[in-house]
Design a protein around this ligand. Structure first.
Ligand code: NAD
Length: 315
């Protein structure tokens, strides 16, 4: 189903949100970008401010909003542990009250709404790779719970609004994504390694580096999100979006050092609590229903990311 125009992107000044706004503008949409600038910045969207199709609103999704739009992408939420653990109560509020407010808005204006959920809903999984039918293994009372349980509750709300109010919903479960405009101090493994390598500092590995991750380049992720938004109404998801190519954290560090050059060494630090050992998406559903799979190689994606951080650290 296609739509004519107006789209609201919450968390639009963040890493993924700003790339999504770019993409929607190239499709000729009118984009309303909403953000409270907790982790997002004006700098991420500065180049769009002169575009007449683009509007930037400072607003916190934990408060209600009324606006006429046809589509809502709900991305507002700090995404990295250092940021979501800074004020855990606000993190839960952002996920839960934010979902209630955005779903309420969607219901009033009959907009289709997509939730940016996360692989963290699977917690520390005992099933590999994770399919959407796996219910997860989540600690409800740990330091990561504000994010994991907040996102799980948001999914519940999406499906209840769908069942109770026939709202058109879409839920994507995003796995580790990286690329230009990541926050340099978000503590995520790719940005950490790239920034440390560019500054010539030692690269810190948590644990022994044998834990595995899979990394999706931002352009691939945005493509999948847009396909999901446009997919037939009956396909609500949840659908996993990510790159199934798994590698150890140690391998990633070595790759980054190779691309950046310099003489950073690897140093090992204690593993944080509830850090998952392994995380890998099963993307069969996305392949089958969205005709999507990642196309950008880790090598190419890392080169773009390194180039971005090189520029932003210099200026
Ligand atoms: N990047 C990833 O690897 C990844 C993985 C899984 C899920 N996600 C989800 O995707 C979404 C975007 O993540 P990101 O990586 O771009 O993170 P980000 O921190 O760069 O973006 C989140 C944006 O939401 C804004 N925000 C936070 N709280 C808000 C509030 N109460 N009201 C309004 N705006 C608020 C922030 O200022 C920021 O611009 C998040 O919902 C995140 O949970 C991301």
């Amino acid at each position: 189903m296609s739509y004519s125009n107006s789209v609201l992107v919450t968390g639009g000044a963040g890493f993924l949100g700003s790339h999504l706004c770019d993409r929607l503008l190239t499709e000729g949409r009118e984009v309303v970008c909403l953000d409270n600038f907790f982790t997002g910045t004006r700098r991420n969207v500065e180049h769009m401010l002169d575009n007449k199709q683009f509007e930037l609103i400072r607003h916190d999704v934990t408060f209600p909003l009324y606006i006429e739009v046809e589509r809502i992408f709900n991305l507002a939420c700090p995404a990295s542990p250092v940021h979501y653990q800074f004020d855990p109560v606000q993190t839960t509020k952002t996920s839960v009250h934010g979902a209630i407010n955005m779903l309420g808005l969607a219901k009033r204006v009959r907009a289709r709404i997509l939730q940016a959920s996360t692989s963290e809903v699977y917690g520390d999984p005992d099933v590999h790779p994770q399919t959407e039918t796996y219910w997860g293994r989540v600690n409800p009372i740990g330091p990561r719970s504000c994010y994991d349980e907040g996102k799980r509750c948001a999914e519940t709300l999406f499906f209840d609004y769908h069942r109770q109010n026939q709202l058109e919903i879409k839920v994507v479960r995003i796995f580790n994504t990286y690329g230009p405009r990541m926050h340099p101090a978000d503590g995520r493994v790719v940005s950490n390694f790239v920034v440390q390598a560019l500054r010539g500092e030692d690269i810190s590995i948590f644990g022994d580096g044998s834990q595995t991750r899979s990394f999706c380049y931002v352009d691939d992720l945005i493509e999948a999100m847009c396909r999901m938004m446009d997919a037939p109404a009956a396909f609500t998801g949840p659908v996993n979006i990510g790159n199934p190519r798994e590698m150890t954290v140690l391998e990633l560090a070595e790759k980054v050092i190779r691309i950046v050059g310099g003489k950073s060494r690897l140093v090992f630090r204690p593993l944080p609590q509830d850090d998952p050992r392994q995380r890998q998406p099963d993307i069969s559903l996305a392949k089958e229903r969205l005709g999507w799979e990642p196309r950008v190689s880790l090598e190419d994606g890392l080169r773009e990311t390194v180039a971005y951080f090189r520029r932003s650290l210099a200026g």
